[in-house]
Design a protein around this ligand. Structure first.
Ligand code: NAD
Length: 495
């Protein structure tokens, strides 16, 4: 555990909310800002640029100019690798500053900003850096009279629009493959968590990424976000956020230049426990840990817990006993497990879902209330509902807070059908000691990632993304390069 006094450090932390365009900090063209507060205690963090179409246009032009003169795309992959590795090193060297910014900005516990968010961000950038000079293109099996090369080329200007729940990691999942492949990027962080993205852009320039290649413009979704997604000089949008806004991305593309749209959207992931799984305690510990991590503000949180009827009551008791271990606390205290929700709107949303659970007849086994209101911040107790059925609002809609619902089922077929009965398909898990059942159910679950007898494994090496309305395209792994490159065929005649 760190011995740093984070509260004291927070008091002297410098915060700069200006855009980074063409390698420089700049104010908004029209000088507008918005006031950013911390969800920890509602303290004012500072003014942040309220980017508009004019700011986005400057950033996109800078990115386009950088792409056209090939100051980045034209460098040998091994050179881009070295520079991006330096960028990753700089992220690690700024670990404490970035972790503090993330915690102040969106309320997650400092211990996790330090141990998860910063290292995962650096590893993501380093991993794509290391990959880029090891990937080969293809030659097609054509007749002797010709040679057909199939190559991947950088796409151009990538617009990245990301949410506030893992601000740095979500940005890195776009930046890593997009920059390694030679593109330029304009990143629009969430208005609820702009600070780390802005610092990343400064560190990138210090590492040697040429000015203009990576630009960040903060602002609201319907202003800066829409302007970026509508821009005629943006070749692709890498979006992570809600399904509601993900739909808009297709509209913007349709109304502008048919830019490619890659959406990583919401989830309502099923955690399916069968009676033949012996270690119920481990399953209960795992579901609580995964559900309450990051205050439940995770797209892949296992919020629908489906348990076979014969063990459902025992399982519910075990989970309810885990919940108090995640008592909300001061995010700046290094021992806190569960921090603040991102803002008052999110607090109201989560409390209204808890209300809906009561109204529809589910029973609260743990939590269910707002906490730490005296701090001025936004906290909710980890909450476990039992007696949920899959038709209830709390089982159908993404809550994005520390609230799980336990649903009973009888047969394997019913468990699978309930798990798949969702508009989402991001992740799912199956818990069984029967190897045939584990494989059978894993195959039947309609989700981008299926976990068997665990929920914690995660690595940059594997794709991440959803079926159905959880999105298209995949972040992470070598597959992410497919999103930010165009496939070119070159025919060469051989006489
Ligand atoms: P959101 O959709 O409200 O906002 C996401 C981003 O889009 C923000 O930067 C926002 O400013 C911008 N935006 C909002 N309206 C816009 C518009 N009209 N035009 C352009 N941009 C706009 O989502 P959020 O509340 O920030 O994040 C939570 C959501 O993100 C959840 O649904 C969660 O499941 C999802 N998420 C998905 C993944 C994944 O990989 N599948 C990962 C993390 C979060």
């Amino acid at each position: 555990m760190s011995t740093i006094d984070w509260t004291q450090r927070a008091a002297s932390q410098k915060l700069d909310g200006r855009s980074v365009i063409n390698g420089e900090r700049v104010d908004a063209v029209d000088g507008q800002t918005f006031a950013k507060h911390s969800p920890i205690d509602n303290r004012l963090l500072g003014p942040v640029v309220r980017g508009q179409a004019a700011d986005i246009d400057l950033a996109v032009r800078a990115a386009r100019a950088a792409f056209e003169d090939r100051r980045w795309a034209g460098k040998a992959p091994a050179v881009r690798k070295k520079i991006l590795q330096r960028f990753a090193d700089k992220i690690l060297a700024a670990k404490e500053e970035l972790a503090l910014l993330e915690t102040l900005d969106m309320g997650k516990p400092i211990q996790y900003s330090l141990s998860v968010d910063v290292p995962s961000t650096a590893r993501c950038i380093a991993w794509y850096a290391e990959a880029v000079d090891k990937i080969y293109d293809e030659i097609a099996p054509t007749p002797d009279s010709a040679l057909a090369l199939i190559t991947r080329e950088a796409m151009g200007v990538i617009g990245a629009i990301v949410p506030w729940n893992y601000p740095m990691i979500m940005a890195a999942w776009k930046l890593g493959p997009a920059l390694a492949a030679g593109n330029s990027v304009v990143l629009k962080p969430s208005e609820k968590s702009p600070y780390t993205a802005l610092r990343l852009a400064e560190l990138a320039v210090e590492a040697g990424i040429p000015p203009g290649v990576f630009n960040v413009v903060p602002g609201y979704g319907h202003e800066a976000g829409e302007a970026l997604a509508m821009h005629m000089e943006v070749d692709a949008i890498g979006f992570t956020g809600s399904t509601r806004v993900g739909r808009r991305m297709y509209e913007y593309a349709g109304k502008s230049n048919l830019k490619r749209v890659y959406n990583e959207l919401g989830g309502k992931s099923a955690f399916v426990v069968f009676e033949d799984f012996a270690d119920l305690q481990r399953a209960a510990r795992t579901v609580a840990g995964s559900m309450f991590f990051n205050q439940g503000e995770s797209c892949n949180a296992p919020s629908r817990v489906l348990v076979q009827a014969s063990v459902a009551d025992e399982f519910a008791k075990l989970v309810a006993a885990e919940a108090p271990k995640y008592a909300p606390g001061d995010p700046l205290n290094p021992s806190t497990e569960l921090g603040a929700l991102v803002d008052e709107t999110q607090l109201r949303t989560v409390l209204s879902y808890i209300d809906a659970g009561h109204q529809e007849g589910a029973q609260v086994l743990a939590g269910g209330k707002q906490a730490r209101a005296e701090t001025g911040g936004y906290y909710v107790e980890p909450t476990v509902f039992a007696g949920v059925n899959n038709g209830m609002k709390i089982a159908r809609e993404e809550i994005f807070g520390p609230v799980m619902g336990i649903i009973k089922f009888d047969t394997e077929a019913e468990g699978i059908a309930l798990a798949n009965n969702s508009t989402y398909g991001l992740q799912a898990s199956v818990w069984s000691d029967n190897i045939n059942r584990a494989h059978r159910v894993a195959r039947a679950l309609r989700a981008g990632t299926v976990h068997v007898n665990q929920y914690d494994e995660d690595d940059i090496t594997v794709p991440f993304g959803g079926y159905k309305q959880s999105g298209n395209g995949r972040d992470k792994s070598l597959h992410a390069f497919e999103k930010y490159t165009e496939l070119k065929t070159t025919w060469i005649r051989i006489d």
